[in-house]
Design a protein around this ligand. Structure first.
Ligand code: BTN
Length: 245
């Protein structure tokens, strides 16, 4: 296996390509796949990630984390911090982090992260994980699809405004920060400092429907502790949350 960075003009999904490379034994820790466009960009919960040509950074990094402590929730949080740091360094912009996998700029979602882990059946250890990052660099000329109206945004309003941004530098900064962050075994401090959820009223969506609660804190393992309406506390790991105004 090799460490590589493969750049495609177009792929179905960089996560898919990276996963195939990891499963086939072709790639090892730190390898990455970048595409200028995805035809089937994947989001969490089976959603699509809109990935128009050139307007975003569509990147997947293969990690072989050690031990079972490194849960995918922590990897996702570390990836969010890696994106936060890379964007701050190269653009000066401060992104906010919405538990668990989204980054926001000026109230709009500009980045989503999809971590897909393959675990060993017997030990439960992660064999490898593919961390997929979709970062909207500039708003496409014809805007976002109507279902993303009011939700999706980008670092820059137009291609022209984004002309000072070097995609390769951005990708390199994200990869370097990600490799550094994932050496640690717990949630980075920046993930908590930049959280736009802690202390806020949130709406929780799970299989049994929707409810409101107050977000109390992010635990060391990446789960979210909330105060339910009846005064009890619960800990969330995979539910979807949205902010209540
Ligand atoms: C989400 O918002 O639910 C997560 C979106 C993750 C999108 C990225 S783009 C690069 C990588 N390849 C994919 O198919 N998905 C991730």
């Amino acid at each position: 296996p090799d460490v590589f960075l493969k750049v495609y003009p177009e792929t179905e999904s960089t996560n898919r390509t990276a996963k195939q490379a990891a499963i086939s034994g072709e790639a090892k820790h730190g390898s990455a796949v970048l595409a200028y466009r995805q035809t089937e960009g994947r989001g969490r919960r089976g959603r699509k990630f809109y990935s128009p040509y050139d307007a975003g950074l569509y990147l997947s990094v293969i990690l072989e984390p050690e031990g079972s402590l490194q849960e995918s929730l922590v990897l996702t949080a570390e990836a969010a911090v890696a994106v936060y740091k890379a964007v701050k360094e190269l653009t000066g912009k401060d992104l906010d982090i919405k538990w668990v996998n989204d980054l926001y700029y000026c109230g709009k979602k500009v980045c989503g992260i999809l971590t897909e882990a393959v675990t060993d059946f017997e030990s439960g250890d992660i064999e490898f994980a593919v961390v997929g990052i979709g970062l909207n660099i500039y708003e496409p000329e014809k805007g976002y699809p109507s279902e993303l109206d009011g939700i999706a945004g980008a670092l820059y309003k137009s291609q022209e405004e984004a002309s000072g941004i070097n995609r390769n530098q951005l990708a390199a900064a994200v990869i370097n920060h990600l490799l550094r962050e994932t050496q640690k075994l717990c949630i980075p401090g920046e993930y908590i400092d930049r959280s736009m959820v802690v202390g806020r009223r949130i709406c929780i969506m799970d299989n049994s429907g929707e409810r409101t609660a107050k977000a109390l804190q992010i635990c060391r393992d990446g789960r979210l502790k909330v105060l339910e309406k009846d005064g009890s506390e619960s800990i969330l790991s995979y539910e979807e949350v949205s902010l209540k105004i």
